[in-house]
Design a protein around this ligand. Structure first.
Ligand code: G
Ligand code: G
Ligand code: MN
Ligand code: NA
Length: 255
């Protein structure tokens, strides 16, 4: 309960909220092709709270809505600041939970965000899970299409762990599949992971979708991914989530 009270406070004031950015790397060129924004919370008086603990609490309590709004503003402000400093930040993806995705004014809010911060089309994108998209198919398609019209990349996060039927996937205006890290971990260990990787990459090719491997931690996994022609890599091996200032030093200041 103390935690929920603290989180409510933070949702109101923004105090203790921070964003970390994890790079998405093209393994062939070494270039940064994007970043994922990840919420971090230093609860006043309580210390660092893991997202694994506070995100579920935020979901249950509904606080994910104001927190998510704050995150979007922090990310948009950061991108604007980098651009005004003459840097060229990559696309940044924001995780949206079901509650956030189904907010009636989501698209308007995103549109306003782009305008207020002078961001070019596509500068901010989103990650959603299969379970979020499985309900109310027509409405999901309409919302995704509206976000696509703003240039947003849309990734299906943790792909392979949900229940997407292939015909369903085909109708969704998404751009990217992020292969769940459980399949990456299993590479070279279990036959099943390789089979799933082959199926997902084949499917993505047919549908014209980008594939990102998430949770890549070892050179062996990176090597194994080459066999499936997966070139976009996100994981501790290629870069951990880091504060904005560190992200800038490491990935944006090199000219
Ligand atoms: O951040 P890791 O760094 O531990 O994140 C743990 C989980 O929290 C992941 O599933 C991630 O998608 C989720 N998460 C992180 N930031 C956000 C956020 O801003 N919004 C939502 N909905 N989920 C987030
Ligand atoms: O659910 P989602 O895919 O958005 O989760 C993002 C989470 O994955 C963040 O908590 C981030 O810290 C974590 N993450 C990123 N790369 C790796 C990795 O290589 N290994 C593990 N175990 N977690 C990772
Ligand atoms: Mn994600
Ligand atoms: Na994921």
């Amino acid at each position: 309960l103390a935690l929920e009270t603290a989180l409510r406070n933070t949702a109101e004031t923004g105090e203790g909220l921070d964003v970390h950015y994890q790079p998405l790397i093209d393994r062939d060129s070494g270039e940064v092709k994007g970043a994922e924004a990840l919420l971090r919370w230093h609860a006043p008086g309580l210390g660092e709270v893991s997202p694994g603990d506070f995100i579920p609490l935020a979901e249950r309590s509904g606080l994910i809505l104001p927190l998510g709004r704050r995150l979007m503003q922090l990310v948009a402000g950061q991108l604007q600041a980098w651009r005004e400093a003459g840097l060229t930040p990559p696309r940044v993806a924001i995780n949206l939970s079901a509650r956030q995705f189904w907010q009636a004014d989501l698209v308007d809010e995103v549109r306003r965000l782009y305008e207020a911060h002078g961001l070019p089309p596509g500068q901010i994108g989103f990650e959603l899970t299969e379970s979020t998209l499985i309900d109310q198919h027509q409405q999901a398609v309409a919302t995704l299409a509206a976000l696509r019209d703003l240039g947003c990349h849309i990734a299906i996060d943790d792909f392979g762990t949900g229940y997407s039927s292939l015909s369903y996937l085909q109708e969704l205006p998404v751009t990217t599949l992020k292969i769940d890290r459980s399949f990456i971990r299993g590479l070279g260990e279990s036959r099943g992971s390789g089979a799933i990787l082959a199926a997902v990459t084949g499917l993505a090719r047919e549908l014209g979708l980008r594939v990102v491997a998430e949770g890549v931690e070892t050179e062996a996994q990176l090597e194994a991914l080459a066999a499936y022609h997966v070139t976009l890599i996100q994981g501790f091996l290629t870069g951990r989530p880091v504060p904005g200032a560190t992200f800038r030093e490491r990935y944006l200041d090199r000219t």
